[in-house]
Design a protein around this ligand. Structure first.
Ligand code: NAD
Length: 480
């Protein structure tokens, strides 16, 4: 398999090839074209030229047709794409199938919204009219991560296209083959004008940095870590471009005394180990009422220990490898440090003993208990299967602990008391709060972060706002 650059309506070779590996086995899957600033520059020029033509930015019906045709072309490839996603990213096949289904559904959602772009008109004084137009913002640069490269590509690209932007996509090196494969049926459409969608790959960051710094890129949408998001905000400042930043998180699950601990423990375990803990909204801290702490230790420790590790294509695997060996070693080090400095290790995690998993980037999950929410493992995002258990005495302490973080992405509240659930949900400073559930994400519902979890919203109608500008047109026509 090969993934090449796609610039101004044609596939192009790069500056050599970079291997893509299966993180579960180390097996070579194929190669992507090396690129960098030159490819980014050419892609931005193509997108800027395409934006100046009326054929795309002014034609919402064409935009809808293109999105519908892309979704239709993906349906018969659903299973093949899910398998490729599992091979390149490592996640279990059931998670990959769900991701492809969610991505197709989201393209359909934005295909509908492509034709729903209402503005406003008002008579501000007799015979004087103010009209507000929502216009496409221009060229959108999209930097997409590897952890959910299907749905995170679509939740940025589909609203950008629906809004009428032209685009340059820079996928993560780790999932470049998958991103080329999911884009290929879109790029093959005769109805898609050249330059509207451009794609380049790179093993480094020079091309991505060009998208950030170029004054010809009007919107930069980045999903990734808070550290890189901060750097992007600094580097983009001289251009004043619009920024959509979907960054890190440290999700808390607040479990009250009336919750059924034995029933919810397996659901918390699944929420913590989704994509091997490499999801921004994965459960990281479980805050449980003190009266249920011992029961939770037992139930959650057993639930985590029961999850089988293995290649994502094996039907019984519930936890696949981390994205690569470098990530595995980084997280293993953080896990070791946390296990050495916490109050209690309930389930020790780390490199598995199983010799059949030796070549893969696997880590078994870890559960630790700690009182001080200022500890580094309660504050820093650790992108792997590490879960921290803390206890609280009352609702106020639960909320204070959960809000003791620089992030604000997501949280969940577990209780049978409906009034408490809503009261606590409102008190939490997070962009998403689930009640008696976790990790429920939909095309229709906006997600995004408070504080250092980012800027703007993706998914839902509001995602269009990240890719549009609002224009006021005034005209005095007098009265009859
Ligand atoms: P990362 O911050 O390492 O981002 C890597 C990407 O940034 C690569 O594409 C790289 O080319 C690019 N990059 C690096 N330096 C750059 C620079 N100076 N200018 C422009 N681009 C640059 O993150 P990651 O490891 O790919 O992803 C994991 C992170 O993503 C986690 O923190 C996770 O929480 C976050 N995430 C957030 C959401 C969300 O919705 N909030 C969703 C998924 C992942």
């Amino acid at each position: 398999m090969q993934a090449r650059h796609y610039i101004n309506g044609e596939w192009r070779d790069g500056d050599g090839w970079v291997d893509s590996l299966d993180p579960a086995s180390g097996e070579r899957l194929g190669a992507f074209a090396e690129g960098g600033e030159a490819q980014a520059r050419a892609a931005v020029e193509a997108a800027a030229h395409a934006f100046e033509q009326p054929g795309w930015a002014r034609n919402p019906r064409l935009r809808q047709q293109v999105l519908l045709a892309w979704a239709a072309a993906l349906e018969p490839r659903h299973e093949a794409l899910a398998e490729l996603l599992t091979r390149e990213n490592g996640k279990p096949l059931a998670q990959s199938r769900g991701e492809i289904g969610g991505a197709i559904s989201e393209i359909l959602y934005y295909a509908g919204l492509a034709r729903h772009n209402p503005g406003a008109a008002m008579e501000v004084a007799p015979g004087e009219f103010s009209t507000l137009f929502r216009e496409p913002a221009g060229v959108a640069g999209l930097i997409i991560p590897w952890n959910a490269p299907g749905v995170l590509l679509i939740r940025a690209l589909a609203p950008a296209l629906a809004a009428g932007c032209t685009t340059v996509i820079k996928p993560a090196a780790q999932t470049a083959l998958f991103n080329a494969a999911i884009l290929e049926p879109l790029l093959a459409l005769d109805a898609l004008p050249a330059g509207v969608v451009n794609l380049f790959t790179e093993s480094g960051h020079a091309g991505a940095a060009h998208l950030v710094a170029s004054p010809r890129v009007d919107v930069l949408s980045f999903t990734g870590s808070t550290a890189t998001g901060t750097r992007i905000m600094q580097d983009a400042a001289p251009t004043m471009k619009k920024l959509s930043l979907e960054l890190g998180g440290k999700s808390c699950c607040l479990v009250f005394e009336d919750a059924d601990v034995e029933a919810i423990a397996p659901r918390l375990a699944a929420a913590a180990t989704i994509i091997s803990g490499q999801q921004c909204t994965a459960a990281r801290r479980v805050l449980v009422h003190a009266s249920r702490l011992e029961a939770m230790k037992k139930a959650l420790g057993s639930a985590l220990a029961a999850l089988p590790l293995g290649h994502g294509l094996k039907p019984d695997s519930r936890i696949g490898p981390l994205i690569d060996h470098r990530a595995r070693d980084l997280v293993a080090g953080q896990m070791d440090q946390a296990q050495q400095s916490c109050d209690q290790v309930i389930l020790a995690g780390g490199r598995p003993d199983d010799p059949t998993l030796r070549d893969g980037a696997f880590l078994t999950p870890s559960l630790i208990q700690h009182r001080d929410s200022g500890a580094f493992f309660c504050q820093e995002e650790i992108f792997g299967p590490l879960l921290v258990l803390e206890s609280f005495e009352d609702e106020a302490e639960a909320v204070a602990r959960a809000n003791h973080t620089e992030f604000g992405l997501s949280a969940s509240v577990w209780t049978r008391d409906g009034a408490r659930a809503l009261r606590v949900a409102r008190a939490l400073r997070d962009g998403t709060v689930w009640i008696n559930d976790h990790n429920k994400l939909f095309a229709e519902a906006e997600t995004g972060g408070y504080r250092k979890s980012g800027l703007g919203r993706l998914h839902g109608f509001d995602a269009l706002m990240d890719f549009t500008e609002l224009k006021h047109v005034y005209q005095s026509v007098g009265t009859v």
